[in-house]
Design a protein around this ligand. Structure first.
Ligand code: HPA
Length: 248
């Protein structure tokens, strides 16, 4: 069974046949909302809305540890994390789906490890390749099978938010080697690795990052809303193809 963590624009999974809803408590507090168990194209899937049902939880306020710990208690094959991102690399056009392969973390003050406190021996997880290579390949095959173009690779910069970046900050991210920018990939990906859960991003480019191309003067929220609306249909097509892959 796959877990899908939905981001902005994907607080619910259309076409998901809901079977049950479960509120989970964890040693780290409460997850973003109840877990939704159900089926997508006849296959079991568990869904979690990262920002809560009504999109009320800001990126820096998400209880990533509770979300990931609760998922670790389920028998899941991996986590497909859906994210809306801004494109820093001008070749990644608005509307494109991307499966990134690297991360740079610019967040601060977010509880970002399970290995702290006097009870827990410290562990330094290997994070050279922050995403699970097999899961990335599976999502890529799923996208191919559903004839949805996706870009494989790219470096995801995770900023603190909730505000968008300045043009100068985006220039710095570009110099650092980032291709995409979002606000929720970390510590989510690192916590998944700490728990040995395969994790990969399926990102939708919803805008050019601040100062770039169409966003040279400002980022248009109206345009983002349009892209999200259209793009999440394609995200769903890839997800359906992914969960259906092992079926026959
Ligand atoms: N910056 C940060 N996060 C984002 C953006 C952006 O431009 N677009 C969507 N999420």
């Amino acid at each position: 069974m796959y877990a899908v963590i939905g981001g902005s624009g994907l607080c619910k999974l259309p076409e998901f046949e809901l079977r049950s809803r479960k509120v989970v408590r964890t040693p780290y507090g409460e997850p973003s909302c109840a877990f939704l168990f159900g089926q997508l194209v006849g296959q079991d899937v568990v869904f979690l809305a990262r920002h809560g049902y009504g999109h009320t939880i800001a990126p820096h306020e998400i209880n990533y540890r509770a979300n990931l710990w609760a998922l670790s208690q389920l028998e899941i094959d991996g986590i497909v994390a859906i994210a809306s991102v801004g494109a820093i690399n001008p070749t990644l056009k608005t509307g494109l789906l991307v499966i990134p392969d690297q991360i740079i973390d610019y967040t601060h003050g977010r509880p970002s490890t399970f290995f702290e406190g006097t009870e827990e021996p410290v562990r330094h997880i290997d994070f050279t390749w922050p995403y699970d290579a097999s899961l990335r390949a599976l999502i890529h095959s799923a996208a191919d099978a559903s004839e949805e173009p996706v870009h494989l690779g790219g470096c995801y910069a995770c900023t603190q938010g909730p505000r968008l970046e300045t043009a100068a900050e985006v220039r710095r991210l570009a110099q650092d080697g980032a291709d995409l920018v979002g606000m929720t990939g970390m510590p989510e990906a690192a916590l998944a690795r700490e728990l040995d859960i395969p994790y990969a991003h399926l990102a939708l480019v919803v805008n050019a990052a601040a100062g770039i191309g169409e966003s040279s003067q400002a980022i248009s929220h109206a345009q983002i809303a349009e892209v999200v609306e259209e793009g999440m249909g394609r995200v769903m097509a890839v997800l359906k193809s992914l969960v259906g892959l092992g079926r026959d």
